[in-house]
Ligand binder design. Structure first.
Ligand SMILES: *Cc1c(COP(=O)(O)O)cnc(C)c1O
Length: 386
C-alpha cells in the first residue's frame, strides 16, 4: 500500500433504491385492515420535504400504487401534477395558501387540511365557484401535539362550518384528521385513539389518522363507518419509527444508501492528533483514512463521537477519528489496512456487497432520528436513483 494524498474527483452521493420504496409501500398495504364493501382503508404516502430527502420525483416513480400523496406546499402539489400524478393529493396545511389558488384546475382532486378558524373564513369567502373541482377538506384535531389544529372545545363548531361549506357545494367532503403525538408508546397511542374517537363520535365524514409509529405497532386502526385514510411517511423510506427496532427488522428495505469515497490514506504515530480541536488522538501507530464528505453535505458534525462507517471491499466497520469538517472527515483504519484511496465508504444504508449499516444506528449515535438525518442532507449532495 502506498501513502497517498491523491484526491479522486467524485464527491459523495445518496443512492435511492426506488424498488425498496415500492417494497415498503406493499409491506404497508398488507398491514391495512382488510377491505369490506364500502370500507376500504386508503393510504396517503407522505412525500413532504422532498420525499424525506429521497427526491420527490424518485419517490413518485416508486409510489404509483399509493392511493394519494401528501405534501406540505402547493408548489410540491403542482410539481407532482406536472410529473403526471393524477390520483388525490393531500396538502398538509392550508396555512398561507390563498383560497383562490386552490381553484387552479391543475390541482385536480385536492384534500386540504384545515387547522385554524382563519382558514375556514378564507374558504367561506373565496370567490371559487361551487362545483369547479374536487376540493375536500379535513379538519385537524390539535390533540396532544398542540401545535396545529382545533382544540377539543372548538372542534365541533369548526366541523359544522366545514359541513356548511359542503352543503353549499364549495367543498366535496368534510373529514376528520388526527396526528399522533407519541404513537411509539403503545399506551399513549391507545389513549390518543380513544380521545379522537370520542371527539368525532356521531359526526359524519371520513377520518384520517396514522403515522409511521402507529403503523409499526401491533394494533390495527379501528375502521370508521365514514371511511378511513391512513398517512405514512418514514416507513416508506425503510426506516423504523420505533426506538430500538430497525426498518430491516420490521421487514422494510432501506431506500437510501449514503456513499462517499476514501480520498486519502496516511500513517500516523501513537499520540498524534486528528481533526479540529485535537478531537482525536491515536492510541497506537495507525492509518487514518479521509472520506470526502462533510457537514456541508448534511452530515451532523457530532457524528464523530460515536459514529462508524463501512469502508472498502470488505465493508469493514471503522470508527470516525476526529470532528467532521466541512468537506471531509477521517476514520481510524488501524495499523494494517487493506483499503485504498478511491474505495467506497457507506455511511448508512446498504453496502454494495450486502452488508448493512442501519440509518437508525447512525441516528442513535448522534442523538437524533432517521428522519432528521435524511432531511438535513443538502443540495450539495446529488441523489442517484437506481
Ligand atoms: C409528516 C406527517 C406524517 C407522516 O409521519 P411519519 O411518521 O413520517 O409516517 C403524517 N401526518 C402528518 C400530519 C405529518 O405532518
Amino acid at each position: 500500500m502506498t501513502h497517498s494524498t491523491c484526491l479522486p474527483t467524485s464527491g459523495p452521493w445518496a443512492e435511492i433504491d426506488r424498488a425498496a420504496i415500492t417494497h415498503n409501500l406493499n409491506w404497508l398495504k398488507q398491514r391495512l385492515p382488510p377491505s369490506s364493501p364500502g370500507q376500504r382503508t386508503r393510504l396517503w404516502a407522505i412525500v413532504k420535504a422532498d420525499a424525506y430527502g429521497h427526491g420527490l420525483v424518485h419517490a413518485l416513480a416508486a409510489l404509483q400504487d399509493a392511493d394519494g400523496l401528501g405534501v406540505t406546499t402547493l408548489d410540491d402539489a403542482l410539481r407532482l401534477r406536472s410529473q403526471g400524478w393524477t390520483k388525490p393529493l393531500l396538502l398538509l396545511s392550508a396555512a398561507g395558501v390563498p383560497a383562490d389558488a386552490l381553484a387552479d384546475p391543475a390541482l385536480g382532486e385536492l384534500h386540504l387540511v384545515i387547522d385554524e378558524v382563519t382558514q375556514l373564513e378564507q374558504l367561506e369567502s373565496a370567490t371559487r365557484r361551487p362545483g369547479t373541482g374536487t376540493l375536500r377538506a379535513w379538519l385537524r384535531h390539535a390533540g396532544r401535539l398542540s401545535h396545529l389544529g382545533f382544540d377539543a372545545l372548538d372542534y365541533a363548531a369548526g366541523f359544522r362550518r366545514l359541513q356548511a361549506l359542503k352543503a353549499q357545494g364549495r367543498i366535496a367532503e368534510a373529514g376528520h384528521l388526527h396526528h399522533y403525538a407519541a404513537a411509539e408508546d403503545p399506551e399513549s397511542l391507545v389513549q390518543e385513539r380513544q380521545e379522537f374517537a370520542r371527539l368525532i363520535e356521531g359526526l359524519p365524514g371520513p377520518h384520517c389518522t396514522g403515522n409511521s409509529a402507529a403503523l409499526c405497532g401491533p394494533l390495527p386502526e379501528p375502521l370508521h363507518p365514514g371511511g378511513h385514510w391512513l398517512r405514512c411517511g418514514l416507513l416508506l423510506y425503510g426506516a423504523s419509527a420505533l426506538p430500538g427496532a430497525t426498518g430491516a427488522q420490521l421487514g422494510l428495505r432501506p431506500a437510501m444508501s449514503l456513499r462517499a469515497r476514501l480520498v486519502a490514506l496516511r500513517p500516523i504515530r501513537a499520540g498524534q492528533s486528528v481533526g479540529y480541536g485535537d478531537s482525536y488522538r491515536a492510541a497506537r501507530d495507525t492509518w487514518i483514512g479521509t472520506v470526502g464528505m462533510g457537514y456541508s453535505h448534511g452530515l451532523p458534525r457530532g457524528l464523530w463521537e460515536r459514529g462508524r462507517v463501512r469502508v472498502g471491499e470488505a465493508e469493514r466497520i471503522v470508527p470516525l477519528a476526529g470532528r467532521v469538517a466541512m468537506d471531509c472527515f477521517s476514520v481510524d483504519l488501524g495499523p494494517a489496512p487493506r483499503e485504498q484511496v478511491g474505495d467506497l465508504v457507506t455511511l448508512w444504508g446498504q453496502a454494495p456487497g450486502g452488508s448493512a449499516l442501519p440509518v437508525e444506528t447512525v441516528a442513535e449515535a448522534c442523538g437524533t432520528i432517521a428522519a432528521e438525518l435524511f432531511t438535513r442532507l443538502t443540495a450539495r449532495l446529488p441523489l442517484r436513483a437506481i
